[in-house]
Write a protein that binds this ligand. Structure first.
Ligand code: PNS
Length: 165
């Protein structure tokens, strides 16, 4: 069974992430979306919330059925080993992503030579998109409907509302 891991912060999941998830799920038997728990980025959503948001999005996408979502802590290669995954999936938006992604992929392969990273070039319409941009727009009450899956738009606005009271 070919198992892949798509790791990330997913704070929150965007349409760019969903695009990679759908395409990557087509080339593996099982795709595990690994949500990093202790991100130095001080996430907006807790890891439990981020997992729940992704699960909600996946449930509404009937064309994907081989996906699991799980939070992880520590090194990605250890999580991959635990899950018996030999493939790490990452999205590449632009050349600016490449340097960082190359370093991480090579480090992970050094740490565990059984693990390889494959990259999906992000679909052109999402090449500018990031979770940070979504948060910035939502924090100012802007329209995020074209950036994140419909199912979680309100959750994002609600999060900012709850933080401001
Ligand atoms: O969505 P992100 O924040 O770009 O995802 C980064 C992620 C989660 C893939 C990366 O930070 C990661 O794998 N962190 C776990 C620690 C680790 O294994 N680092 C790589 C070796 S230095």
């Amino acid at each position: 069974m070919k198992i892949g891991i798509y790791p990330g912060s997913f704070d929150p999941i965007t349409l760019g992430h969903l695009d990679v998830i759908i395409r990557a799920s087509g080339i593996v038997d099982k795709l595990i979306i690994g949500v990093l728990k202790n991100s130095a980025k001080r996430p907006l959503f807790t890891s439990e919330e981020r997992v729940a948001l992704i699960e909600k999005v996946i449930r509404q996408n009937s064309n994907v059925s081989n996906i699991e979502v799980e939070a992880f802590d520590g090194l990605l290669v250890n999580f991959a080993r635990k899950k018996n995954a030999k493939l790490i999936v990452r999205g590449l938006r632009a050349i600016t992503d490449f340097e960082y992604e190359l370093q991480i992929a090579q480090t992970n392969h050094k740490l565990n030579p059984q693990v390889d990273t494959i990259f999906f070039t992000t679909s052109v319409e999402f090449s500018y998109l990031s979770s940070s941009v979504v948060k910035e727009i939502a924090s100012h009450g802007g329209d995020i409907r074209q950036f994140v899956p419909e199912a979680i738009v309100q959750d994002i606005y609600d999060k900012f509302k709850s933080r401001s009271v």
